[in-house]
Structure formats: structure tokens, C-alpha cells
Design a binder for this molecule. Sequence first.
Ligand code: AMP
Ligand code: MG
Length: 271
Amino acid sequence: MRFAHRVEPDSHFRLSDIDTNDHGPFSGKDDPEVARQLADDLARLGGLQERLYAEQRQALLVVLQAMDTGGKDGVLRRVVGPLDSRGVHVASFKAPSSDELAHDYLWRAHARAPRRGDIVFFNRSQYEDVLVVRVLDLVEKARLKRRYAHLVDFERMLADEGTRVIKIFLHISREEQKKRLQERLDDPTKRWKFELADLEMRQHWGAFQEAYEEALRKTSTTTAPWYVVPADRKWYRDVCVARLLVETLEDMNPQFPPGKLGDPSRIVIPD
Ligand code: AMP
Ligand code: MG
């Protein structure tokens, strides 16, 4: 069972074909199956993550991308938050510092890729360097065009060296973004999240959708696929992401290691 939409390599994938308001097989937020599904998957996720950490052989990198208000923080709180903080980390990428800008654009991302045994969630990522950078025209076109191949090669290298990579786009509609921005303005406990820059980015909505579409088409590979998660409904978004993480980790199939001591029955713990 899979809820997220996987972008097939070399496909003529169109973002507009995916319904941001999708709710899968569930009737709505209060469908008892929703809570059950999420609770089951969170429990599974906990067990799989512990095995990954104990095994210390493989790593998982999850790239999270979305438009502003798309729900990255919500996913991190509701799906990633319950996991054991030992072995699970979040790396957030803001506009690059002068030090970061003095390096190649993959430098800061590579530095935060997971160690063996760990899961790292990228809250924004190296993909901003073909998204916001493209929309705001921050580098020359020819230079930007070459980056898609770098991104694919970088991920292949990570995979060859033991790091599974999946990439998730939380897909919201323009109307839903308007609603969420308005909520941020109206609710004093959310107002701190509101930035005027978000309004400026919103003006580029169409250009961002095109930039996402091209990035997803050009960089979804069998080793490091992109998944589109319908995200207008926060509960469905969470269920989809949890399911995807479970399926990915089940496929990685981490195992508890045998232990370093040989036959444990030979060891006597002194009184
Ligand atoms: P937030 O996710 O709300 O904390 O915002 C982070 C901001 O950093 C967003 O406006 C991103 O567009 C911006 N950002 C992230 N990476 C880059 C990048 N490589 N170049 C320019 N801006 C970036
Ligand atoms: Mg923001």
C-alpha cells in the first residue's frame, strides 16, 4: 500500500496531474482508520529505526521540500518528532551564508549527510539551488542547467557508499497556501512564522511550480526517487510520509547485529 505518488525516471510527469487535496482511501480526518494507520506506522518506524541504528551499516537521507507553509515543519513535528533522537537528525538549510557561498553548492549539504546508522531529514536542501536560485535568477542559466546532473551523481555516490536517498515534495495548492498564510497573520501564536518574503515568493508561484516540475523530472531516479505527497490535508500528508518511511526502511531491512562477544552464555556477570 502506498499513498505518495512516485515520480518515474524520465517521465513526462506533471505536477498539475496530482490532486493536492487527495485523501486516499480515507473518508476524512475523523475516519478511525487514519489514527490507526498513523499509530501503526509510527510504531513500525520506531522499531525499524532502532534496528538501523544498531546495525550501523546503512544510512537514510530524506530530502523534504515544499512551498512556504507546505508543511515541512508539521511533518518533522508529527512524524519525525516521535522517533528516538539518538540516530535521527534534522538539518535545515536557509539562504547560504557568505562562507557557504564561497564553496560549491553541494558542500553544505554533503557535510550534513547521515553517518551510518542514522536517518537525517533535510528541511530544504541542495535542491534550493535549482529552485529558489532558478526562480530568482541567482546564477547564470548555463551553470544552473548543469546542476541537475550533479544532483543525480551526488545521490548515486551516496547510494553506492551505503546511504539510501528519498526525496519528498509536499504538494499544496495556491489556495491552501493563501489560507495558511492568513492563519499565520490572524493567530498570534503563529504570527512569528509570517515573513513578508513569503508574499514575495508567492508572487512567483507559477515559476516555482515549473522549477519543481523540472527538478522532479530530471532528478527522480531508481536509486533516489522523488515522491509527491498531496499536502492540503495535514493528516493525510502525515499518513503518507509515515507510510513512505516505513516502506523505505522495510526495503533497507536493517538487522540487529549478532553482538561482539560470540556466545553470550559463556559470559558470567559477577555478583
Ligand atoms: P524557511 O524554510 O522558512 O526557514 O526559509 C528559508 C529560506 O532560505 C527560504 O526562503 C529559502 O528559499 C532560502 N534558501 C534556502 N536555500 C537557499 C539557497 N541555496 N539559496 C537561496 N536561498 C535559499
Ligand atoms: Mg518560512
